[in-house]
Design a protein around this ligand. Structure first.
Ligand SMILES: *Cc1c(COP(=O)(O)O)cnc(C)c1O
Length: 487
């Protein structure tokens, strides 16, 4: 018996059926039985448990390329790369093979107590090779959240070692997402997360996000970018420059709704950080590994961060792995003056995860997927996505590499800030998302902003297919809203 088939251990298989397409799954699952067990025992992340139990979860059973299949046999175009992570697409057997080989040789050993393992060493060297020149060291974690916990401890340790114990405040932004651990959620700026469990922890401050659609009224994008960056300087002066350790930001905010900053924003942030000697942390968990058409989003934004968080795309989500690229400015102090850094995880440098990452990066390089998104498919997506702006429901649409978003509005206007918005309680984004799912398209709703982050292997033809699906769903949403009398 070989383990490649989707053979569940309990009887959730209804029957075997003939294949409907070369890549479609060959088994039909008993969806109701799975949903029942799911409701009975599985508490899902970021989920209203009771609500889900009533509706029943969608059961994904297979992925291939940019497509998924659910237990009902429905084929779905995954416009979100899973959760912003499946950069090389589904069904890469060479990653499975690399993992299998490594598991057979050495499934685990830790990196504590002066030991190491070959895949972790190879991956550290590889990451240094593909990242900007100031990075020569890496600290491995199991996830992006743990990476940001590491950042928090590392920047405070850095300033301690230099004799600046007061420099402990980290400035972040509203609506940022930096993970779900206590430090990650505190660094993040999600009000719904802060409302639970007494967050944020002390020593973390938040400023506004560079959201032109929401906050740029009366200004050009370039002017607004400078203004949004100036909020950092205001906050530094309010806290006291001698107390500020670092600024953290995603090059393009992901979970906050694909907030693409004006081109003037990041260089001004860099200037302000330099002026006050503050460390700059780029959370590259989404933007890293080609998402914006460059290996790291920092390169596109023209900044030189001291630390970069990574996770997600480093293994294309095939197996969990995260970490922090540590720039020379920080690494030199930690190494020369540091002594023990009392921080680390059982799975820091996990050999199997590192083997998966090495093969994933090999695929990205061999197929030139980063360059492709930068020069060919990214620009094509930009052009095609922009055509959606003429739809009667779309007030604003923008994209950057392989992330894109559009704002659903009640009434369009020449100047985006004059658009009339829907009431939040109408949940128009969720209505639109329902039509997307119904038509086999995954597009996420953040309020009334609809967002995508497709796999980097997506072809020109598949972009056309995706844009066609989005347009169809926008039409159906419009018809629905007209029927309700909401537009
Ligand atoms: C997903 C995400 C994280 C958290 O990563 P996990 O692996 O879920 O812990 C952190 N930062 C950003 C920007 C993310 O998108």
């Amino acid at each position: 018996m070989h383990s490649h088939s989707l053979q569940p251990s309990i009887s959730l298989v209804a029957s075997a059926t003939a294949k409907t397409a070369a890549t479609a799954p060959s088994q039909v699952f008993d969806t109701k039985a799975i949903q029942k067990l799911d409701s009975a025992h599985y508490l899902h992340p970021f989920t209203d448990f009771k609500d889900l139990n009533e509706k029943g979860a969608r059961v994904m059973i297979k992925g291939d390329g940019i497509y998924l299949w659910d237990s009902e046999g429905k084929q779905i175009l995954d416009g979100m790369s899973g959760l912003w992570c499946v950069n090389v697409g589904y069904g890469r057997t060479s990653i499975a093979e690399a993992v299998y080989q490594q598991m057979n040789v050495l499934p685990f050993y830790n990196s504590f107590f002066n030991t190491t393992n070959v895949p972790a060493v190879q991956l550290a060297a590889k990451l240094v090779e593909i990242s900007p020149p100031q990075f020569n060291h890496v600290f491995f974690t199991g996830s992006g959240s743990e990476g940001n916990d590491t950042n928090l401890r590392m920047v405070r340790r850095y300033w301690d070692l230099l004799g600046y114990q007061d420099r402990h405040v980290i400035i972040s932004r509203h609506n940022a997402y930096h993970g779900s651990t206590v430090a990650g959620a505190s660094l993040g700026g999600m009000s719904g997360m802060h409302a639970q469990g007494g967050l944020p922890i002390p020593g973390i401050e938040h400023i506004g996000q560079p959201n032109y659609f929401e906050a740029g009224r009366g200004k050009t994008e370039a002017e607004f970018g400078i203004e949004a960056a100036s909020w950092l300087e205001q906050k530094i002066l309010e806290v006291g420059p001698e107390k500020v350790a670092a600024f953290i930001g995603e090059p393009v905010q992901g979970a906050g709704g694909v907030i693409i900053p004006p081109a003037t924003y990041w260089p001004e942030i860099q200037r302000i950080c330099d002026k006050y000697g503050i460390l700059l942390i780029a959370d590259e968990v989404i933007c890293g590994f080609g998402r914006l058409g460059t290996w790291f989003g920092s390169e596109l934004m023209g900044i030189k961060p001291d630390l970069m968080t990574f996770a997600k795309g480093v293994t294309s989500g095939y197996i969990p792995l995260g970490g922090v690229m540590v720039g020379d400015r920080v690494a030199d102090v930690l190494i020369e003056k540091g002594g023990d850094f009392n921080h680390g995880f059982t799975y820091s440098g996990h050999p199997v995860a590192c083997a998966a990452a090495l093969e994933n990066i090999r695929i990205l390089q061999e197929e030139k997927l980063v360059e492709k998104v930068g020069n060919k498919t990214g620009p094509y997506l930009k052009q095609q996505f922009a055509t959606l702006a003429s739809h009667p429901l779309v007030g604003f649409a923008d994209s950057c590499g392989f992330v894109a978003g559009l704002n659903l509005v009640k009434e369009k206007a020449e100047v985006v800030h004059d658009c009339v918005l829907f009431d939040a309680e109408q949940h128009v984004g969720m209505i639109c998302r329902g039509y997307m799912f119904g038509n086999g398209m995954i597009m996420r709703a953040v309020g009334d902003r609809m967002i995508i982050a497709p796999p980097l292997c997506m072809s020109i033809e598949q972009i056309d297919e995706m844009i066609g699906l989005i347009r169809l769903c926008l039409d159906q949403t419009l018809a629905d809203l007209q029927e309700r009398g909401w537009v």
